[in-house]
Each structure stands twice: as structure tokens, then as C-alpha cells.
Design a protein around this ligand. Structure first.
Ligand code: PSU
Ligand code: MN
Length: 345
């Protein structure tokens, strides 16, 4: 179908030009709508390893003041391991990358905070709350990836990825995290999906979206499962396996070198001493899903509802497990960012 060699060259040139234009389209990092903190801007400019952290886990996951303790702890873990943390959220109607200590307190203690994924930004920034004040909001993985990418951050560590929900063939409930991974070149390090989601369908969906998915071997040999959040095994084989952070960085570097615009998901199994017995979790999840259905918790409300129920049913062991795995992921993510920086130097 190509007319001739020179047309073809012209078409390719035009395409490359367009892509460069898009890549270099910069949005101001200090506007009414989007602000990157001084520390994070500087770290990015100096090509230091920056790690994005999400905030739905604070506004819709852990209760106050546990969420504050976790937020501070995660930031220090990034620093201890040689990185710069960038906690991402909406504060007073502004999309923020990097929060000060006082701002972090305000975010995690604000009662009516929104849950922000891609679809929500215009509303969170453009509308006011019932008191006429600007909104605060926790960004989900989807929302956090968008702002991280706008700021120039490539690594993002968190707890659990959203997924294809059980029964999605009826409800079509598929987390916006998955489509975001398909369109935004950020690497998400998490402990995989909780098993209230449909793990095989989630992997299929990520494959369709062009998302590279792998699990860390973490000392194991032979075939490796995708981790199942609270459990190291899930019964679902990981599409790829990664041995260590340096290898993870080589994969990211190669992926980005081709200018691919999709993301990567590297799953890190929960530390062994915190992993919970699978049958106990399955029972809790079945009960949580039944209660969600009875309460009519659907759409964006479903995940927070189910997470909360699981917490109620399993008590403090699951909370301790959740905290331990996020911490492990943040350490792993920071080490990857440090390795990636060496490759880019
Ligand atoms: N899964 C967890 N913990 C979480 C979430 C998911 O085990 O905190 C949060 C994350 O912020 C994720 C969001 O991006 O829920 C997905 O929500 P939904 O399923 O509505 O897309
Ligand atoms: Mn959903």
C-alpha cells in the first residue's frame, strides 16, 4: 500500500516529529492545577531516583492516624534507600506531586476526601465541595500514574493493584488501573491483586493492554506464581520472572528506550513472615463480597468497601500484613529507581 520510498520516509519523519512534539509538550509544574514540590522538581532535574507513592491507600485504606504513620514511614523508607519520595494527591483542588509534612497531615486527616482515578481530575480540580471549599483527594494507582508521568517520574511503589472484578462478564467492572497501565509509561511495583478480584482475567486484560507483567522470584526457584497480595502464591503462574532490582531496571530501561507508551507491573510477594493462610483469606473475601452485594456497594465504592470488610473480618493480622507488604514494595521500588538511574547516567 506504500506509494514510494520517499513518501514512506516522509510519513515516518512526520510521525517521529509528532511524537517528539508530544513528548516535549510540557505542562507547567507550578500552576493553579498542577504543582510539583521544590524537592521533587530538583531531584528530577538532577536525575536522582524519585519514587511515586499513592494516597488512596491513606484516604480510603488505612484509618487516621495509622495512615499518617504509614505515610511518613514510606517516605523515610524511600530516603533511607537512596531515593526521593513523591507522595501524590489532590490538595485544595490542586494536583500535587510531593507533599510537605503539614500537607500530608491535612490530606490523611481530611474527612470527605475523594478517590481520584483518571476520570475524576476535572471534577476534583474544577468543582468545590458542599461547603464551597476546594476538594482534597487520594489518587488511586491510575490517578497517581498520570501525575507521576506528568512530573517525569518512572517508578511507583504501592500495596495492591486494582483488577478485573469477579463477575466482570456481567458488571464490566474493570479497574481503571489496568487501562492506565496500558497508556502511561510508569512502572508499578505492588503485591499483585487481592483475590476478591479475578486474577486470570486481570492478566488477560493487561496482556491486551500491552502491559509487561512479572513477579520477583525473591529466593524461589522453578515456576513462580503471581503473588496474591496477602499470600505469596495464588495458583496463577506469573508471565515473567525477575531475579533482582538490577534486572528490573534493565527491563524498564529497554522498554522506555523504544519509546513505548505503556507501563509495566512488577509484583513483589509479601514477606514470608507476614503472609496469611490462603483458606482463611478466601473465607474472609467470600463474606466481604456477599456483604458488598447486600449493601449495594458498586463501581468506585466497591473496592474500598471490600477492603474495609476484609479488615473487619480478619482484624489486625491483615492490617499488619498490608503494612509490611507496602513497606517491602517501597524498598524494592526505590532500589529499582537507584539501579535505573545508573543505567541512564
Ligand atoms: N487494592 C488494594 N489496596 C488498595 C487499592 C486496591 O489491595 O488500596 C486501591 C488502589 O488505590 C487502587 C484502587 O488503585 O484501590 C483501585 O480501585 P478500583 O478497583 O475502584 O479501580
Ligand atoms: Mn471499579
Amino acid at each position: 500500500p506504500w506509494a514510494c520510498r520517499s513518501c514512506r520516509t516522509a510519513i515516518v519523519r512526520r510521525y517521529v516529529f509528532q511524537r517528539q512534539k508530544i513528548a516535549s509538550r510540557t505542562i507547567s509544574t507550578n500552576s493553579r492545577f498542577f504543582q510539583v514540590s521544590e524537592e521533587v522538581s530538583q531531584a528530577i532535574a538532577e536525575r536522582r531516583p524519585v519514587v511515586a507513592l499513592e494516597s488512596t491507600i491513606y484516604t480510603h485504606g488505612f484509618p487516621y492516624p495509622d495512615n499518617l504513620a504509614l505515610a511518613s514511614r514510606l517516605e523515610s523508607l524511600v530516603r533511607i534507600n537512596g531515593g526521593v519520595p513523591a507522595t501524590i494527591a489532590i490538595l485544595d483542588g490542586v494536583a500535587r506531586v510531593g507533599l510537605g509534612a503539614d500537607e500530608l497531615v491535612r490530606l490523611v486527616s481530611s474527612p470527605g476526601a475523594l478517590k481520584i482515578s483518571r476520570r475524576d481530575f476535572g471534577f476534583a480540580l474544577g468543582q468545590t465541595n458542599p461547603d464551597g471549599k476546594r476538594w482534597n483527594g487520594g489518587t488511586t494507582i491510575s490517578g497517581t500514574m498520570i501525575l507521576a508521568h506528568l512530573a517525569g517520574i518512572r517508578i511507583f511503589a504501592t500495596g495492591g493493584l486494582g483488577g478485573v472484578h469477579r463477575g466482570a462478564e456481567q458488571t464490566m467492572d474493570v479497574s481503571a488501573d489496568l487501562t492506565e497501565l496500558g497508556r502511561t509509561p510508569v512502572t508499578v511495583i505492588s503485591s499483585g491483586c487481592k483475590s476478591f478480584l479475578d486474577l486470570p482475567k486481570t492478566l488477560e486484560y493487561l496482556e491486551t493492554q500491552g502491559v509487561g507483567v512479572a513477579a520477583f522470584a525473591d529466593g524461589r526457584t522453578g515456576p513462580i506464581d503471581m503473588p496474591g497480595f496477602y499470600t505469596r502464591e495464588s495458583g496463577v503462574r506469573a508471565p515473567k520472572v525477575i531475579q533482582d532490582e538490577a534486572e528490573a531496571a534493565r527491563i524498564i530501561h529497554s522498554h522506555l528506550s523504544l519509546g513505548l507508551t505503556s507501563g509495566l507491573h512488577f509484583a513483589n510477594p509479601i514477606p514470608e513472615e507476614f503472609s496469611l493462610p490462603l483458606p482463611k483469606m478466601e473465607a474472609a473475601i467470600t463474606q466481604a463480597l456477599q456483604e458488598a452485594r447486600a449493601a449495594g456497594a458498586k463501581g468506585a465504592a466497591e473496592t474500598p468497601f471490600v477492603l474495609n470488610k476484609i479488615k473487619e473480618i480478619t482484624g489486625s493480622t491483615s492490617v499488619a500484613a498490608n503494612r509490611a507488604l507496602v513497606e517491602a514494595n517501597v524498598i524494592r521500588g526505590t532500589k529499582i529507581a537507584v539501579e535505573l538511574q545508573k543505567l541512564e547516567a
